[in-house]
Design a binder for this molecule. Structure first.
Ligand code: GDP
Ligand code: ZN
Length: 384
């Protein structure tokens, strides 16, 4: 790059468009090379698998998503020349058998990408579940081509198993993280709630805390716990999938939004979804058990649309969502009251455990900081 600039006339300022084209060309070249390398690796892996008779289908599937973006430049030219209809706004609902199901208005389309598909995310999965896209229908009924991926508001991602430098987006454009806990069977675990609150804050999702199975807690034994989170400014819900308590309010909070339901197995995620939208007809326990260690039957994410607008993301890819992208530097974002106190600590990088003149420890001592929250902050910090 330096050499390139030195060989130019004195005073030369590269035209922004020229630079853009150059960057794009370099990016395309890199993608082509990566695609070729990947295909070679994939072929070698397939040959190995055949030889060993091993069954690595799961891995194949989870990376198929990425293959789609990397192999797109190998699509046949002829299929790219067909006449396309007018562009429509769409939402990617799921990825299945190398095609994307896209909802546009009231219609669903089976969509493929092309070498010409535009995306502002060159080093990432080309298209992900949750992406807003522009599609153009092909002459085939119910089929379309994704011509453009719109910028993502946020995302949940990981680095690909096969291409470490490439980001694999599990789901894009999530508005809120609905933290489901239950008031009995199992009892609420504030430690887990706080972990999810940190995850939400760090990843830019609005947190909602839902205490389900209210019917099993007629005496409001956990009112103090609810008040703790309410006082901190979090939106809290007391619901029952069985009696219907609190569902209207929760429905309003979910309408028109993209939500991820999280919480340990058995708190009632599937039951709540069914109660909120009975037409879904999910089997109890059907929604991916994000925290269970069990094997999942599917490795792909999907969006489940509500009949009152909005959708919930079902993805086994985020079973370990607790503490996603969290480190010691950003942990306090999930503890706004600690973050506020920390402004008065003597040291800017105070960990609030042993430092002198620590305002957080002082507040804890004086009862201005809830001991439960401090305890959870400390235990998360230690676990990082
Ligand atoms: P998930 O693993 O989080 O999806 O939880 P499920 O929806 O599978 O529910 C686990 C168990 O809790 C099932 O036996 C449900 O019938 C029960 N359950 C779910 N919600 C409620 C509720 O609001 N009240 C009561 N009493 N039981 C519930
Ligand atoms: Zn401190």
């Amino acid at each position: 790059m330096k050499f390139f600039l030195l060989s130019l006339p004195r005073g030369y300022i590269p035209h922004p468009m020229a630079q853009k084209t150059w960057t794009r060309k370099r990016r395309q070249k890199r993608q082509r090379e990566e695609s070729d390398r990947h295909l070679q690796r994939q072929e070698a892996r397939k040959a190995r698998q055949l030889k060993q008779g091993s069954d690595e289908l799961d891995l194949e599937e989870s990376d198929a998503h990425l293959d789609e973006s990397l192999a797109r430049s190998r699509r046949s030219k002829s299929s790219e020349d067909e006449a396309l209809g007018e562009a429509l706004d769409g939402l990617v609902l799921r990825y299945h058998r190398s095609s994307f199901e896209v909802e546009a208005g009231k219609q669903r389309f089976d969509c493929r990408t092309r070498s010409t598909t535009r995306s502002p995310h060159p080093d990432s999965t080309l298209v992900a579940v949750g992406d807003r896209v522009l599609i153009q229908p092909t002459p085939e009924e119910g089929e379309a081509v994704i011509v453009e991926v719109l910028p993502r508001r946020n995302k949940l991602s990981r680095s690909s198993k096969l291409h470490e430098d490439i980001e694999q987006v599990i789901v894009a454009n999530v508005d809120q993280l609905v933290i489901i806990s239950s008031l009995a069977e199992p009892y609420p675990k504030p430690g887990l709630i706080d972990r999810y609150l940190v995850t939400a804050a760090v990843n830019g999702f609005e947190p909602l805390i839902c205490f389900n199975k209210a019917d099993l807690d007629p005496d409001n034994v956990y009112q103090e716990l609810l008040d703790l989170y309410l006082d901190l400014g979090y939106a809290c819900f007391r619901t029952s999938a069985d009696s219907g308590e609190g569902l209207d309010r929760l429905r309003k909070a979910l309408a028109g939004k993209s939500s991820v339901f999280s919480g340990q197995s058995g708190v009632g995620k599937s039951s709540l979804l069914n109660a909120l939208n009975p037409e879904l007809g999910l089997k109890v326990g059907e929604i991916s058990a994000y925290n269970s260690k069990g094997r999942h039957t599917t490795t792909n994410s999907s969006l489940i649309s509500f009949n009152f607008g909005g959708h919930v993301v079902d993805t086994p890819g985020i079973k370990e969502l607790s503490l996603w992208n969290v480190d010691a530097g950003n942990l306090q974002q999930g503890f706004p009251e600690i973050l506020e106190l920390a402004e008065q600590c003597r040291f800017r990088n105070c960990s609030h455990r042993h430092e002198p003149d620590c305002e957080v420890l002082k507040a804890l001592d004086e009862g201005r900081l809830h001991p439960l929250r401090y305890q959870n902050y400390e235990s998360i910090l230690e676990s990082l």
